[in-house]
Design a protein around this ligand. Sequence first.
Ligand SMILES: [Zn+2]
Length: 192
Amino acid sequence: MAINPQLQSRCNNSCELCSAENVELQAYAVPPKSNDSIDNVVALCPDCYSKITESDYSDANYWRCLEGSIWSEVPSVQALSYKLLGKLSAEEWATETIESVALDEAVVLWANAEDELEASKLVHKDSFGVVLATGDNVILTQNLNIKGANFIASKGTMVRKIRLVPDNDEQIEGKIEGHTIVILTKYVRKAV
Ligand SMILES: [Zn+2]
């Protein structure tokens, strides 16, 4: 499947991430945007395409190409590069690259949009499996040693107006004696 001539000329017939030439390029829409505009897509070689669609980031060295592609002038390429660098945050070069670029806020939002959408699908449940929501009141089901604040919150303590930790369904945040702390959902039950 040939890519559209406009995209072909933008990418100069090479992969917009790894610069591979003489390969069959495919247009990849950077989520959550769709394929309907050239501004939403990145021209990818088969290797980059399959690694991304299979979420295979095991070969960190392969992705050193992102150190170059992040400097592209094309927002979709910036967003995809930024997003992939985020998946490689265990690599020092990847975090350094992220820190060295100043991207438009809109590009960063775009890059993070899919993960945030995933996070918003997480369901937080208390120790009895009851679904929790931000603003709920909960009761501690055991004594908790509050590290840092140096006190023990006793079983039965009411924690009002909790907040759900967006990227971790086992954690909520709440205030106990004026300290905002992270509490594991398995140590609370929803107050009714
Ligand atoms: Zn490539």
